[in-house]
Design a protein around this ligand. Structure first.
Ligand SMILES: [Fe+2]
Length: 431
C-alpha cells in the first residue's frame, strides 16, 4: 500500500481530536482579541508586555516555523519578514525584531494579521489531514506543543491588555464583570502533610511540558500548607503595619526594588481618600477584603510570609499537597469568564483554590529536575534556557485557559514581576 494513500486512515481518531483541539484553540485566541480595537491591539505598555496583535501573529508563526516549513512540502510563507517580526526568542530560528519595540509597529495591521492566521489555519488543516503516517508521528507532539503554546499566549493576552488598560486614565476594562463569588473567606487553617519520600513531576500519558519531567523522588520534612490563598484583607494588615516601609521582612533585592520602584501596594492598587481600589479586567472597583491578593511579586509574597511568621511552600511541597488531596485540574480558570480571583468558600475543601484564581509563588528557584535534558534542536529553547534567576509558581490563575494547567505544571517569572496573576499561599514547619 502506498504510504500516502494509507495516510489518512492512520491515526484517524487522533487526527480528528487534534484538529478539533487546534480549531478550538485558534478560535479562542480570536474570541479573546475580538473586544479589542486595532488601537488596543497595537500598544506595548512595557517591555514585558506584547501587543495583542503580536500574540495573534506569533502563535501562528510558531506553527509555521515548527510544523509547516519543515513538514509541509508545498507550504509557502505568506511574508518572509513575518519570521523576523514574530519570532519571540528562538536564537536557532534566526534574527528577531527587538522585543521592547513590538509596540512601535503599526503595520502589519490587524486585518493583515487576520489574513496571516487564516493562511496558517488553511495550511495546518491540510497538513493534519494529509500528512503520511511517518510525518504524522513526527508532527503530532509538535502540534500539541503548538496548541499548548497558544494557550499560554491566551493568558498573556489578558495579562498584557490589563497592563495596557490600567495605564489609561479612562479606566475602562476589557470585559463587563461577571459576578464573582462574594463569600466571606473562611478562617485560615494549616493542613498537615506527611514528610518522607515522595514523587513529583508529570508521570501521565497526556501532554506535559518538558520542564515538568522527569518524575523523580523528593524528600520532604513534615509541613503544613495554608488551607486557602492570602486575602486582600490580610495583605492590607501587612501594609498598615508598615509592610512597605520596614526592611526587616524583605530580601535585600526585594527591599532595593521596593525603594527603586516606590512600591506601596500590589500592582493595580490605588489609594484614594484612605480607601483602596484595584484595577480588574472589568475596570476599577473597591477592594473586597475577602478576595485573594493578586499581582504581587515574589519579593512581596516572601516579605508577607515572613511578616506572618510563616513561609512560602516549596514547589515540591505544593505538588505533594495537591497530590495527597487529589486536587482536580479545575477551578476559577479563564473559561469561567470572571478573569479575577474569587474568595474561598466557607465549608469548602480542606485545601481550596489550589487550581485557578492566582498563580502561587513558591520558594523554589526554576531549575531543571534531576535528569532533565532539553529536547534536541531549536524547540529545546522553549523552556530549558530560562532556568536561571526565576522563581516557580504553581496552580494556574483566573486567566489560564481551562484544561491547560495540571498539578505538575511549572510556571516561572523573575522575582520582581508583578503583571502576572501572582498571589500567596503560606506554609509552616511542623515544630
Ligand atoms: Fe511564545
Amino acid at each position: 500500500m502506498d504510504a500516502t494513500i494509507g495516510a489518512t486512515a492512520d491515526h484517524q481518531d487522533e487526527r480528528d481530536a487534534a484538529l478539533r483541539r487546534y480549531r478550538v484553540t485558534r478560535a479562542r485566541t480570536e474570541a479573546l482579541a475580538a473586544p479589542l480595537s486595532a488601537e488596543d491591539q497595537t500598544i506595548q505598555s512595557m517591555p514585558d508586555v506584547s501587543p495583542t496583535k503580536w500574540h495573534r501573529a506569533h502563535t501562528s508563526w510558531f506553527f509555521e516555523n515548527f510544523l509547516l516549513t519543515p513538514f509541509a512540502p508545498t507550504y509557502r510563507v505568506l511574508d518572509p519578514l513575518y519570521g523576523y517580526l514574530f519570532n519571540s526568542y528562538y536564537e536557532g530560528a534566526g534574527a528577531r525584531h527587538p522585543r521592547p519595540e513590538r509596540g512601535l509597529l503599526s503595520r502589519p495591521g490587524i486585518a493583515e494579521i487576520a489574513r496571516y492566521r487564516a493562511h496558517i489555519d488553511r495550511a495546518m488543516e491540510d497538513l493534519i489531514a494529509t500528512a503520511n503516517a511517518a510525518t504524522w508521528r513526527a508532527i503530532a507532539p509538535l502540534l500539541e506543543l503548538g496548541i499548548n503554546h497558544e494557550e499560554q499566549h491566551q493568558e498573556l493576552i489578558l495579562m498584557d491588555i490589563k497592563h495596557v488598560l490600567a495605564l489609561n486614565p479612562l479606566g475602562t476594562g476589557y470585559a463587563p464583570a461577571k459576578t464573582a463569588a462574594s463569600d466571606r473567606a473562611p478562617e485560615l487553617a494549616f493542613v498537615p502533610i506527611e514528610g518522607g519520600l515522595h514523587e513529583i513531576g508529570y508521570g501521565g500519558n497526556g501532554f506535559a511540558f518538558d520542564n515538568e519531567m522527569p518524575r523523580h523522588k523528593v524528600w520532604l520534612e513534615p509541613f503544613r500548607l495554608g488551607s486557602r490563598l492570602v486575602t486582600c484583607g490580610e495583605y492590607l494588615a501587612f501594609i498598615a503595619d508598615g509592610g512597605y516601609r520596614r526592611p526587616e521582612w524583605w530580601l535585600s533585592e526585594g527591599w532595593t526594588t521596593v525603594q527603586r520602584e516606590a512600591w506601596e501596594a500590589p500592582l493595580y492598587w490605588q489609594s484614594a481618600d484612605g480607601a483602596w481600589r484595584l484595577f480588574t479586567l472589568s475596570g476599577w472597583r473597591v477592594i473586597d477584603p475577602d478576595e485573594p491578593v493578586c499581582h504581587v511579586s515574589y519579593y512581596e509574597a516572601d516579605a508577607f510570609a515572613r511578616w506572618s511568621g510563616k513561609r512560602l511552600p516549596t514547589e515540591a511541597e505544593w505538588e505533594v499537597a495537591a497530590l495527597s488531596a487529589d486536587i482536580a485540574p479545575s477551578g476559577n480558570l479563564m473559561d469561567r469568564g470572571v478573569f479575577h480571583p474569587e474568595a474561598a468558600r466557607e465549608g469548602g475543601a480542606a485545601l481550596q483554590q489550589m487550581i485557578g484564581d492566582v498563580w502561587e509563588w513558591t520558594a523554589s528557584p526554576y531549575v531543571a529536575y534531576p535528569g532533565y535534558r532539553p529536547p534536541a534542536g531549536v524547540i529545546g529553547e522553549y523552556n530549558g534556557k530560562f532556568m536561571a534567576n526565576q522563581m516557580v509558581l504553581r496552580g494556574g490563575a483566573a486567566v489560564t485557559p481551562g484544561g491547560h494547567v495540571r498539578v505538575s505544571y511549572r510556571n516561572f517569572f523573575s522575582p520582581g514581576s508583578r503583571w502576572a496573576f501572582g498571589g500567596i499561599r503560606l506554609a509552616e514547619d511542623v515544630q
